[in-house]
Design a protein around this ligand. Structure first.
Ligand code: AMP
Ligand code: MN
Ligand code: MN
Ligand code: MN
Length: 335
């Protein structure tokens, strides 16, 4: 068993944190030579090239949203980095839920592969009674306020997992807490995904998707409401750690148009700079919808698979279409 919490605290040493060094090197203003040489193979993946890379200016295949065993992914951080590289990704971010423990390992592997790496995180947020996710990119994983803030966000997860287990017991699915706990490599981060994997493995449901549809989505018997970070806190932690705040997969939230505009407007007012447009958690129809919304709100756009594991989710690492041409890529700042 790994010890992600130990790794997380180890990465709090500024001198021993390659994740920090890598994210700092991704800042074009502080290290232009490095950013340029690392993107030397920008022309190697023309099929998935972004408009900017076709002009020869930037990375060709950008994936800024992925998960490892430090949250609800199934691969170790180095394995996710390697898989991204194998699929042609040349600017990559690991964005585990509420935890920074995988960044050092992912950064080390990315450096060995000469793939540009951005230190990231996906923060769970409660906004107007709903759960939304905010991705922080280019963060300093040693920033004290961010580290402390995320510890607070993680703190309630264990009790919540027990409550989900009890709710599933009552719904006729016994033993799910133990099953989920066994599947969670990071004991501080038991997520609904671990419950879903356990319930599929035990034969109760045929797919992770169907577990969410029967038990785990809001309003269903295995759903337990939880208070995550406030939107203003999550954005402030990211900005305070030198990062860029990106609203994750806005098409996944069950909000009407007014609520969606209020969420994006507040996020932008707080200093949020981008929304995910081309996302493995969006349908292709939503790429166009959220491209228009990004333009209307004057926000940059991001691209990320939201990869959790082989065979899970709709798309693989690096396997998304390019951002629509007229959008400002959030990664422009790391050219
Ligand atoms: P948690 O943070 O414990 O509430 O778990 C949230 C995670 O569950 C998300 O990051 C997704 O990985 C996963 N998830 C949420 N909804 C679905 C769904 N409908 N189908 C598959 N996975 C989902
Ligand atoms: Mn997840
Ligand atoms: Mn998410
Ligand atoms: Mn995610």
């Amino acid at each position: 068993m790994r010890a992600p919490d130990d790794a997380a605290s180890a990465s709090a040493q500024p001198t021993s944190s390659p994740a920090r060094a890598m994210s700092a090197s991704a800042d074009a203003t502080s290290s232009p030579a490095r950013a340029t040489s690392a993107s030397a193979d920008a022309t190697s993946s023309p099929a998935r090239a972004t408009s900017a890379s076709r002009a020869g200016r930037g990375p060709a295949n950008v994936d800024l949203h992925s998960h490892s065993i430090f949250s609800d992914g199934v691969l170790a951080p180095a394995q996710v980095a390697r898989r991204a590289h194998e699929r042609g990704v040349d600017l990559y971010a690991l964005t585990d839920h509420d935890d920074l423990g995988g960044l050092e390992e992912a950064a080390r592997e990315a450096r060995a592969l000469r793939m540009r790496f951005i230190a990231g995180v996906e923060i769970s947020v409660s906004w107007a009674g709903r759960t939304v996710h905010v991705v922080g990119l280019g963060i300093d994983p040693t920033d004290a306020a961010l580290v402390q803030g995320l510890a607070g966000v993680r703190a309630g997860r264990h009790e919540r997992a027990r409550s989900i287990g009890a709710a599933l017991d009552a719904a006729g699915v016994p033993g799910a807490f133990e099953g989920a706990r066994r599947l969670a490599s990071n004991p501080g981060l038991i997520s609904r995904t671990h419950f879903a994997r356990h319930i599929v493995a035990s034969g109760v449901c045929a797919s992770i998707q169907s577990v969410f549809q029967r038990f785990l989505a809001e309003g269903l018997p295995g759903y337990v409401a939880h208070r995550w970070a406030a939107l203003e806190d999550a954005v402030a932690w990211i900005l305070g750690a030198g990062g860029t705040a990106v609203l994750a997969h806005p098409g996944r939230y069950r909000v009407n148009d007014l609520e969606r505009d209020a969420l994006i407007g507040q996020f932008s007012d707080l200093g949020g700079e981008a929304i995910e447009v081309v996302s493995g958690s969006h349908t292709p129809a939503q790429y166009g919808e959220f491209a228009r919304i990004a333009r209307r709100h004057g926000l940059a756009a991001s691209r990320g698979s939201d990869f959790h594991g082989p065979g899970e989710g709709r798309v693989e690492l690096g396997e998304l279409p390019p951002l629509p041409e007229t959008l400002v890529p959030v990664w422009d700042r790391w050219r």
